[in-house]
Design a protein around this ligand. Structure first.
Ligand code: ADE
Length: 250
């Protein structure tokens, strides 16, 4: 998968060199290119923003630097053999970022991120590129960040770990909270590792029993308990058909 990020803070994307995303790059699963938007500013002050039409507070990012940047990124990508670009526009006005959306993005061959500062990007930029490629306007949550760069890091990490060959243990997203399948839409319950006792605290005995059926039952009960406590909205949306008779006794 190819990822391009156009930003006025390229250094903000440095975490893309470490941990899981860094490893995915090192293994050749991900080709990440970060570009400085100011490369495409056209005056000596490197201006990329201006006052909003209609008035109001804040500044709006200008069409021309974004247009020139995206044209260049697209041309370079095509020249290097990439195809099927999709634009990912982080914005608090976007659709909510979910595991399902992470999955959908992980199936795209080429994502181009346009994290904005200030009040956002002149709308004509999105409208222009939407005529040529899919555009995902994505919000990572109901809060306002100072810019979209942190959202790019969040989205990239969630997407990269779904790429084949990136996670060490291919099993390890099967039980994820929000993963489709068995524990779909339940939050994962608590986990434990050695030592068996710490500061007087032990391990739930069932986990030491070696009884796979009982362990699976316990994990599901804990997942239901935690989801009920922390995300009652998720419990309400569960398909009643997914409850078994033991769930109903809880
Ligand atoms: N930019 C500012 N706030 C954001 C959010 N919540 N999600 C995505 N991009 C953003």
């Amino acid at each position: 998968m190819r990822l391009d990020v156009v930003t006025i803070f390229p250094e903000y994307l440095e975490p893309l060199n470490v941990s899981l995303v860094g490893k995915a790059r090192a293994r050749g699963r991900l080709d990440v290119q970060v570009h400085d938007l100011r490369t495409w500013a056209y005056d000596r002050h490197n201006t990329v923003d201006d006052t909003p039409y209609g008035g109001g507070p804040g500044m709006v990012m200008k069409t021309e630097p974004w247009g020139d940047a995206l044209d260049t990124v697209l041309a370079d990508g095509y020249e290097q053999g990439a195809s099927g670009p999709a634009l990912v526009v982080p914005t608090p006005s976007g659709r909510p970022f979910t595991q399902a959306l992470a999955q959908e993005l992980s199936e795209q061959p080429w994502l181009i991120f346009t994290p904005a500062r200030y009040e956002g990007i002149d709308r004509r930029v999105v409208d222009e590129y939407a005529t040529r490629m899919p555009v995902y306007e994505v919000s990572i949550g109901d809060y306002v960040l100072a810019g979209g760069e942190a959202a790019v890091l969040v989205i990239t990490e969630a997407v990269a770990r779904l790429l084949p060959g990136v996670l060490g243990n291919a099993e390890s997203h099967r039980d994820d909270s929000f993963a489709p399948g068995g524990m779909a839409n339940l939050l994962e319950g608590p986990v434990y590792t050695k030592p068996p006792e710490w500061r007087g605290r032990g391990i739930p005995p069932v986990l030491l029993s070696g009884h796979h059926g009982k362990i699976a039952r316990w994990r599901r009960d804990e997942a239901l308990r935690r989801t009920t406590a922390n995300r009652p909205d998720l419990v309400e949306r569960l398909d009643p058909g997914t409850f078994d008779k033991y769930d109903r006794e809880m």
